[in-house]
Write a protein that binds this ligand. Sequence first.
Ligand code: GLP
Length: 237
Amino acid sequence: MRVLIHPTPELAIDCVSNLMIARLARQPDAVLGLATGGTMEAVYARLIAAHHAGRVSFAAARSFNLDEYVGLAPDHPCSYWTYMREHLFARVDFAAGCTALPRGDAADPEAEAARYEAEIAAAGDISLQLLGLGSNGHIGFNEPTSSLSSLTRIKTLTHSTRAANARFFDRFDDVPRLAITMGIGTILRADEVLLLAYGAGKAESAAAMIEGPLAAACPASALQLHRKVTVVLDEAA
Ligand code: GLP
C-alpha cells in the first residue's frame, strides 16, 4: 500500500486527478471504477477542467460505478445516476452506453446485482478503481462486517451511513435503507486501486484501513491484500 499524505485537501485532490489522467494516458481504453460522495466532487471538477484543456479523453474508456441506492430510479434527483450525470458524464466525452451503474429501481434488485457483477467481469474487470472512504471504514457501500470476498449484492445501510448521506436528501427518512454495491471481492479484482480521503472525520477509519488488523470491522482494511493500492490523504485525515 502506497500512502501519499498531502498538506491540504486541494493537493490531495490534484494528486488523485493527475493519477487518473496518467492512467488514461497510458491506457485510453481503461475500465474505470467510479465513486460518488462529497469527496469526489472536486476530483470530477478537476477531470472536467483537464478534459476541456485537452489533457484527458474518456472517449475510449468505459466506467462502472460502485453502488446505487435501492429504490431510486436513474432520474431521481438523489440517485447516483443523477450525481454522475451532473458531476461527470454529461461534461466529458464518454461514448454513449459506456458508463454503467446498477439500476436502483430494478424489479428484482438481487438479480440486478448479479447482472452488474457479470457485466463487470465480462468487461475484463476494473483497470483503475477510484474509492472514497466512509467514516466507519466502508468502501462502496460495503458496511462493517461485510464479507471480505463479497461480490455485488444488496447491503443494508447503517444508521451512521444514512446520517452521513442525509445531507444529500430533503429529510433523513428519505435516505434509502438498502443499496446495491460492488463487493469487496469485486473491488479487489481491480488491477489498481486509488483511494482518496481528506478531513479529520476520516482519520480514524484511515488509520484502521492502513495500520489496523485485516478485519471485516473495517472493510477498507481489505485493501491491505491488494498488490497495487495508492491511498491519498491530507494531513487531517
Ligand atoms: C458514500 C459512498 C461511498 C463514499 C463514502 C464517503 O456512502 N457510497 O462510495 O466513498 O460514502 O462519502 P463522502 O465522500 O461524502 O465522505
